[in-house]
Ligand binder design. Structure first.
Ligand SMILES: Nc1ncnc2c1ncn2[C@@H]1O[C@H](COP(=O)(O)OP(=O)(O)OP(=O)(O)O)[C@@H](O)[C@H]1O
Ligand SMILES: [Mg+2]
Length: 245
């Protein structure tokens, strides 16, 4: 590991989360400690219902831990206000959901540009940034199509482009390849890896697909609300490349 990679950028500290359902308090996260270093591509894996999405949401600032907290870049995000967290998210974290959401009446490039306009850029500036991002994910020829006319894999590449709009330090992705076939999934993973390396973006992503392990620099395995194993992935493309150098 290089020195640069030793900088902790996300620290999950003793996080427990119970959901209240009726009269019952159901434990879902049962004491999670996790430190993520700058530039890592962390794959979060584990059986359905073990708490992966819940953990992502506590880091993304949407689901408050019952006990414990999350530090991002040294900020304790759960002592801050909701507005602070929303602003922090917009500024620093790109999110890719399993199923991307689009405004139907807008084109691909307009869908990407809209959030830029919301943050005070002009329409022309938004379109200009959008065009660069669409090019980055190899989808330029689709810029003026409607997003729902694209395949699942193409939509996820556009969702990746959109997540990069505000120059995030982090990408959080909840099974972005869940609905894709193997080839489309691998293409998205390769893009994520390239972008992570090119822009030094730290990625935390959930996947169910063991074929994709080679893309991650680290595999964190959760079972029943706990981390069962957490290993640097020596078989990852990044590690293999590093060993060759
Ligand atoms: N808002 C909620 N209220 C009550 N229970 C919830 C809530 N959100 C999640 N849960 C429960 O918490 C548990 C963990 O859910 P979570 O979505 O984190 O699992 P997961 O590991 O992401 O599963 P999957 O792989 O199927 O997406 C599940 O039993 C789920 O039913
Ligand atoms: Mg989930």
């Amino acid at each position: 590991m290089t020195e640069e990679k030793k900088e902790i950028v996300i620290k999950v500290a003793g996080v427990k989360k119970n959901f209240i359902v009726g009269e019952q308090s159901i434990p879902v996260l049962m004491g999670i400690d996790l430190e993520i270093f700058r530039g890592e591509f962390v794959l979060l894996v584990g059986p359905s219902g073990c708490g992966k999405s819940t953990l992502l949401h506590t880091i993304y600032g949407l689901e408050e831990p019952t006990v414990g907290t999350v530090f991002i870049d040294d900020d304790d995000i759960w002592v801050k206000t909701k507005d602070w967290r929303a602003n922090f998210r917009n500024q620093n974290i790109g999110f890719i959901p399993q199923q991307p959401f689009w405004i139907k009446s807008l084109t691909v490039i307009e869908n990407i540009a809209i959030p830029a306009i919301i943050t005070g850029k002009t329409f022309a500036e938004g379109i200009e940034i959008g065009a660069k991002l669409i090019e980055l994910v190899g989808m330029s020829e689709w810029a003026n199509h409607r997003p729902y006319d694209l395949s699942g894999g193409q939509q996820q590449r556009i969702a990746l482009a959109r997540s990069l709009l505000l120059d995030p330090k982090f990408i959080i992705a909840d099974e972005p390849t869940g609905n894709l076939d193997r080839a489309a999934g691998e293409k998205l993973m390769q893009l994520l890896l390239d972008i992570s390396e090119q822009f030094n973006i730290t990625i935390l992503m959930v996947t169910h697909n063991t074929d994709q392990y080679k893309f991650g620099t680290r595999i964190v395995n959760m079972v029943d609300g706990k981390i069962m194993s957490d290993v640097v992935n020596k078989g990852s493309l990044t590690e293999i490349k590093k060993d060759k150098n």
